[in-house]
Design a protein around this ligand. Structure first.
Ligand code: HEM
Ligand code: HEM
Length: 179
């Protein structure tokens, strides 16, 4: 593992950040509306898509965490001790949640309808237990909304850096030259 601190994230990290940002935002929005949909075939398609993209996100997050642990990343931006710590722990918390949220979704599916990847379907891993699956799914919702709240904080931090601090932090995680 290299210990030299680069000035920006590398292309793999940047690609993963933005791909996951799009997919996770989409899953949060669709997940929010999905349970209230009328029981039509369209609802099944939407559930299938949510579960399929959720599975893809889970795999990408595993890779992203592997990448993060095996590469040096840019130095924390200068700030008070509190700001640096807040950013550090908020990022760890976000990583934990983007792993746990789809993980819980998959666990509940393992006790209920099984797994989907678009046209592919796998049977549940365990003896079907709808009550338990429902209980686990409750945690899927709770952790997903916690993630949404943290992403709100993440976005607020971005606006603060961009328009108050004006330090161009976004360029460290974009495909252009760092500031
Ligand atoms: C679902 C949405 C998102 C997730 C899950 C997410 C997650 C993360 C995580 C975990 C990091 C830390 C990278 C590391 O050091 O390992 C990060 C960095 C960053 N994110 Fe996001 N992000 C999301 C959306 C966004 C959006 C919408 C913006 C801005 C418009 C943004 C701007 C940034 C910036 C500027 C950094 C780099 C911070 C630095 O250089 O220290 N992110 N993101
Ligand atoms: C990062 C990935 C994911 C996010 C952000 C996400 C987000 C959400 C949200 C916000 C809800 C609504 C919860 C509620 O209102 O109670 C939801 C519901 C649901 N999610 Fe996910 N989800 C993800 C991954 C997955 C995965 C991997 C699966 C299963 C393989 C899954 C299966 C479901 C199901 C079945 C529901 C509906 C529960 C119901 O009908 O009450 N999700 N998801």
């Amino acid at each position: 593992m290299s210990t030299a601190k680069p000035k920006r994230y590398n292309n793999t990290a940047i690609l993963l950040h933005w791909l996951l940002a799009i997919l996770i935002t989409g899953l949060l929005v669709v997940g929010f509306f999905m349970p209230d949909l009328p029981k039509t075939p369209l609802r099944k398609v939407i559930y299938n898509l949510h579960k399929s993209f959720g599975l893809i996100v889970f795999a990408l997050v595993l890779f992203r965490i592997y990448w993060r642990l095996s590469h040096a990343v840019p130095e924390h931006v200068p700030g008070s001790r509190l700001q640096v710590r807040l950013a550090h722990y908020a990022h760890i918390f976000i990583y934990a949640l983007i792993l746990v949220v789809p993980g819980i979704g998959l666990l509940a599916s393992a006790f209920n309808h099984g797994f989907n990847l678009f046209v592919f379907h796998w049977e549940p891993l365990f003896t079907v237990n709808k009550a338990l699956a429902h209980q686990i799914m409750g945690w899927h919702g709770v952790t997903a909304y916690l993630l949404a709240a943290l992403l709100g904080l993440h976005l607020a931090a971005f606006f603060w850096h961009q328009f108050v601090q004006k330090d161009g932090l976004i360029r460290r995680i974009w495909f252009t030259a760092p500031y």
